[in-house]
Design a protein around this ligand. Sequence first.
Ligand SMILES: Cc1cc2nc3c(=O)[nH]c(=O)nc-3n(C[C@H](O)[C@H](O)[C@H](O)COP(=O)(O)OP(=O)(O)OC[C@H]3O[C@@H](n4cnc5c(N)ncnc54)[C@H](O)[C@@H]3O)c2cc1C
Length: 390
Amino acid sequence: MSERSSAAADVAVIGAGVIGLAVAWRAAQRGLRVVVLDRDRAGAGTSWFAAGMLAPIAEVTPGEEPLLELGLRSAGMYPAFAAELAVAARRDHVGYTRCGTLLVARDADEAEALERELHLRERLGLAVERLRPSEARRREPALSPALRLALDVPDDHAIDPRALTAALLAAVRAAGGEVLEHAPVAGLELAGGRVEGVALQDGRSLRAGRVVIAAGVWSAELEGLAGADRVPVRPVKGQIMRLHDPAGPGLLTRVVRMGPSYITPRGDGRYVIGATSEERGFDTTVTAGAAFELLRDASELVPGISELVIDEFGAGLRPGTPDNLPAIGVGGPGSPEGLFWATGHRRNGVLLAPVTAELVAAALAGEELPEHAAAFAPARFASGRVGSAA
Ligand SMILES: Cc1cc2nc3c(=O)[nH]c(=O)nc-3n(C[C@H](O)[C@H](O)[C@H](O)COP(=O)(O)OP(=O)(O)OC[C@H]3O[C@@H](n4cnc5c(N)ncnc54)[C@H](O)[C@@H]3O)c2cc1C
């Protein structure tokens, strides 16, 4: 791409996180000329920090039924998605493990709360098994003897998000798409109520009749859109730690979750311990208090955690919307023609990447989206049905 408007594509995707790359891959597979632009390295945004749990059942929340349905749909797509991606990206695997998940309680109060979680999942017909402490420890011997109760959720698995985004980057390129890193987009170029392309911060522009905004928590910052045409996205900070076991794999095989905290094994001796959930704007500092609490909770549950080596402690920003549901598909009525959104996936962007990619690629190809996508239509913000972000 050189000076002003010399380059053209069918589709410009703003943001090379797990969402933008997955959308670009599926769109390129449909024969569209796709260019993805990222202001940084591909995959270095929020996707870099994600734990990679694919956990629609563990995370089910009353009142978020559409999200449960979408999450189950995407989790169900994962085995085939990961296998196809590995072939497309020419690698043995993309870090997907069918590890299962345990929800655990350490004391009487937590056990009571976990019983309620069990009933909620049973009522929704989700696969979950109540385990006595002895049975939980038989399945995961590293768990503390102080454990009070556990639920086995066999269908919630995990993927290494960094392996996933690296594979998606390779797959986009293999499918004929272009990915421009260190190419910050200033905003959209519009004419006559239509999207004409994107303007880069260095003065260059890329012509494209369809633009997908997949810039995660930065999606609302792009220039060129009226306030009512924007999806309001706010940052929800998560501090998260990465560790490895010098003794190799085997301490844990399943994801173990207690309330909002979790330990996610990668299956190769690496572990991720997370995460805080904080409304602090775009702050990504890491704090001693958060490190202390994450390690305290994790080691109370799995004492062997104390022997692990800390590799990283960082903070990412989950892209949240006012109703906590993602924005997937064409812009709302009155917004520029050719504008598409794939953002606001909050704590579920890795889980929802396959289904989001399928839906947005279908919308880009001019197809009508299925009924189950209606709850995620970006138009719900434009129509004022859902308030703007705090
Ligand atoms: C601590 C933590 C743990 C998490 N754990 C999980 C989990 O276990 N499972 C799960 O499913 N999800 C998890 N998530 C959520 C998940 O990480 C996000 O939902 C997901 O990464 C969002 O992906 P994205 O592609 O929308 O955003 P990003 O990965 O942030 O990608 C957006 C990209 O846009 C680029 N960009 C921004 N502005 C511009 C611009 N102007 N021009 C060009 N490029 C731009 C950025 O550089 C970035 O690369 C977690 C998040 C955090 C913080």
